[in-house]
Design a protein around this ligand. Sequence first.
Ligand code: FES
Ligand code: FES
Length: 159
Amino acid sequence: MSYTINVNGTSHTVDVDGDTPLLWVLRDTLDMKGSKFGCGMGLCGACTVHINGQATRSCITPVSAIGASKVTTIEGIGATPVGRKVQEAWLKVDVVQCGYCQAGQIMSATALLTTKAKPTDQDIDDAMSGNLCRCATYTRIRAAIKQAAGLPTHDSREV
Ligand code: FES
Ligand code: FES
């Protein structure tokens, strides 16, 4: 069946089964490989995209559920003011290790800062708890989020 979805401001018509996860449509049909497959069960956050600005696990979101919603991926997030700030902070703090989880981390961080410009530590923990990092870059992720928010990063755990 054919579905028309809006990704990063562009409409794409794809011919796939309705229960195909959005992640596969992005990666295999649209050749956008930035969103990663980790667990396929909504547990790791590697596949996180935004749907109407909300951080969403694309591995468990069927393409038939998208409708007229706007999908934003890591390929498009730098075009938003908050996404650009987050990406700049990520580079400044040098967050990335292997990088596999980082697209999802940036998408979750951007969703957080879009709704809450000055998050508390608890807000950050709550928003980021579903994004796992096997390289344990958590302290730098927290520091980068604070940097993007213009908050002090003097916590000794944040390097
Ligand atoms: S791949 Fe989607 S949450 Fe792990
Ligand atoms: S940077 Fe390697 S899994 Fe997060």
